[in-house]
Design a binder for this molecule. Sequence first.
Ligand SMILES: [Zn+2]
Ligand SMILES: [Zn+2]
Length: 274
Amino acid sequence: MKVLVHGARGSYPTSQENTLKYGGQTPCVEVVHGEERIILDAGTGILQVDADRISAGKRIHILLTHLHMDHILGLGFFRPLFNAENEVHIWGPYSRDAPLRERINRYLSPPFFPLPLRDISCQMVLHELKQGTFAIGNFTIYCEYVVHPGPTLGFRVTAGEKVFTYLPDHEPMLGQKRIPDNRWLSGYNLILGADLLIHDAQYTTQEYEQRIGWGHSSFQQACAVAQIGSVKKMLFFHHDPEHGDDFLDAQVEKMSASPAISLDIARGGLTYPV
Ligand SMILES: [Zn+2]
Ligand SMILES: [Zn+2]
């Protein structure tokens, strides 16, 4: 299995000179195993997916953790959606609030977007997800709701013997003070024993103290989560647009996760083997 990071920036895209190394596109990663591919989130990073490799008439799977703008901003500009021969499956969290189609349509319709969803020419199939396991090709995917404002899923993707967990927006420590038993930690079943974990690490500890309840983790908290889950490798993700490349490098140096966990910063444009 391979994980292609197309966008690792949180909240909004940036093109500042000091963010070029880790990239300014918002969340999107592509997971590849043999001939099979799935796309996780549709931030502006989705525009870096090689659309020419997606031949006409192909089935495309886009799994959305949630519908915050930074995770769907690229969806309406993703060329394969405008090919009538393509079957595009969009998977997203169930909400009691409204059906998934109606919630996506709030963005993909005037006045926020020139075309309404019904005028997008691909054959679009929507799937509403709750906690559970499902298969796409040779991927087995387990998803569950996690702590973040609004219905938000985390994904645990298994291919062969390998496990990749994607938790781009996650504030698990919000509940941990009240229920310190790790088995009840948000995302625990998703991270346990993962070979690669992509986890929210938007804030420093000081920044987090000012933003409790906003739905994100500090670098320190991301390390604690990786340790609790005994993951093999973790990539910091959802970089704050105000955190420059040098600043991020310095954070990794400072962190002392367990020596058994290899730590790095997710970098747009890089492929990570799992
Ligand atoms: Zn986000
Ligand atoms: Zn979010």
